[in-house]
Design a protein around this ligand. Structure first.
Ligand SMILES: *[C@@H]1O[C@H](CO)[C@@H](O)[C@H](O)[C@H]1NC(C)=O
Ligand SMILES: *[C@@H]1O[C@H](CO)[C@@H](O)[C@H](O)[C@H]1NC(C)=O
Ligand SMILES: *[C@@H]1O[C@H](CO)[C@@H](O)[C@H](O)[C@H]1NC(C)=O
Ligand SMILES: *[C@@H]1O[C@H](CO)[C@@H](O)[C@H](O)[C@H]1NC(C)=O
Length: 400
């Protein structure tokens, strides 16, 4: 099917500063996309995971190279059709949460995605190198045990950026998936995921819940970027997902307007009184969400404000809460998060997942348990995974 003489190989790299400078990402990607248009040879997009919030010099540079093979023969060989439902128009300010209707295949357009086409994805860290061959349009998420169709043709549609996510933060993925599978987290209850970016957590979680129960909870995926939310909506449609809801907004301690120069990977600066763009800021409590199993917060330092506006939700649902921070909760945002959650009788110490940057750096995902009983049940399921004492990579091989 693929004519070897006709393969064009692109090498992609891609910049992803996890916490400190996500704002750079949009610019780098825009640059990279421009470059793709001009040059068919080599493209470098650095994936740089720099999650250490305490020092900027202390960074590791993990790289992902995607070697993408395409041939006209393969492209033109359309073996199946994917439904292409219309994306929502999310440029307009949106009143509340929208739950996506499951895309109706009867209105499907002809797709052009080749099911067998593969790319080589090589994840390099400063320690090792983990190569692997992955479906270009169908990504396996081993922890959630799902396959996610993506439109890999354009970054705008979320496909390119989605590829590495099935192997990054795999321990975190494993922990969450195991908790749902074991029933420690209830799959008929809801998940909030903010900032949801292109849906790299929200969509696999939604599909996993659909697999686990006939009455799956909703995954409410929230991000200030209309572009990223549209990417996610496209991918949700491709996968006929029926339990994703979304809202383009910023959750904070009170209602207001956030001024910003970019809505992509933005950090909230409440001090700014003007900016190119405005985003509505609301409290999570004002959304009237109930039955929450999991609150996953990755909002670039705005965590404590978000929690301040979510006290009723947390008191009524008692969800497991995941925040990004540093080891030992030593930075000021972590301290505020800890203070708020401890005041709500969450277990005093969070559990730490070290893989974002490895043990030698300080960044961590923190899991906050609503009570000791739940923590005890959880530890029976994930205790071994969390007690790893070797360097925890953020890629698959060592976890297999
Ligand atoms: C999306 O909504 C905005 C604002 O309401 C409107 O100006 C724009 O034309 C709409 N775009 C599409 C593709 O419908
Ligand atoms: C990926 O790499 C493997 C091993 O080098 C090779 O056999 C395979 O053909 C490559 N696949 C693609 C799509 O380039
Ligand atoms: C939430 O509930 C309050 C009080 O009943 C109501 O005023 C508000 O409109 C509701 N908000 C949403 C988004 O449904
Ligand atoms: C982390 O620190 C340990 C002990 O100091 C050292 O042996 C190891 O090589 C370090 N790993 C990395 C990836 O720097």
């Amino acid at each position: 099917m693929r004519d070897p003489m006709n393969i064009v190989t692109h090498s992609y790299e891609f910049m992803h500063h996890r916490r400190i400078s996500r704002v750079l990402v949009a610019a780098v990607i825009a640059f990279a996309i421009g470059w793709i248009g001009l040059c068919s040879d080599k493209i470098n997009i650095d994936i740089e995971e720099n999650a250490d919030t305490t020092t900027t010099s202390n960074k590791i540079s993990d790289k992902i190279n995607i070697e993408k093979s395409t041939s006209e023969t393969a492209k033109n060989n359309l073996l199946f059709q994917l439904p292409l439902c219309k994306p929502l128009n999310l440029t307009a300010v949106q009143e509340g949460i929208i739950c996506l209707p499951k895309c109706d295949p009867s209105v499907a357009d002809e797709g052009s995605l080749h099911p067998n086409e593969k790319i080589n994805l090589t994840v390099q860290t400063n320690r090792d190198k983990y190569p692997g061959e992955y479906g270009k349009y169908r990504i396996h998420f081993p922890e959630e045990e799902i396959y996610l169709h993506v439109d890999g043709r354009e970054y705008k549609k979320g496909g390119e950026a989605m590829h590495p996510r099935s192997v990054t933060e795999r321990l975190f993925r494993r922990v969450i998936a195991k908790l749902f599978r074991a029933g420690v987290l209830d799959p008929t209850k809801n998940i909030i995921n903010t900032g949801s970016w292109i849906g790299d957590n929200a969509l696999p979680w939604a599909m996993m819940l659909e697999q686990l129960t006939t009455k799956p909870g909703k995954v409410i995926a929230v991000d200030p970027s209309p572009m990223y939310v549209n990417n996610m909506v496209n991918t949700a449609h491709l996968n006929l997902i029926g339990n994703v809801c979304t809202h383009v907004t910023v959750y904070s301690a009170k209602t207001g307007i956030v001024f910003t120069s970019t809505t992509e990977h933005m950090g909230v600066n409440l001090g700014l009184k003007r900016g190119e763009k405005q985003i509505n800021m609301i409290t999570l409590d004002s959304e009237n969400i109930t039955n929450l199993a999991l609150l996953h917060i990755d909002v670039e330092g705005h965590e404590s404000e978000l929690l301040t506006g979510a006290m009723d939700l947390i008191k009524t649902s008692r969800p497991v809460i995941v925040t990004e921070g540093v080891s030992g909760l030593t930075d000021s945002n972590d301290k505020k998060v800890a203070e708020i959650l401890r005041s709500l009788d969450y277990v005093h110490e969070s559990s730490e997942i070290p893989e974002i940057c490895g043990w030698n750096k300080s960044c961590r995902n923190h899991i906050w348990w609503p009570d000791q009983d739940m923590k005890d049940s959880a530890m029976k399921v994930i205790g071994n995974d969390l007690s790893r004492s070797e360097i925890v990579p953020w890629v698959s091989s060592e976890l297999l």
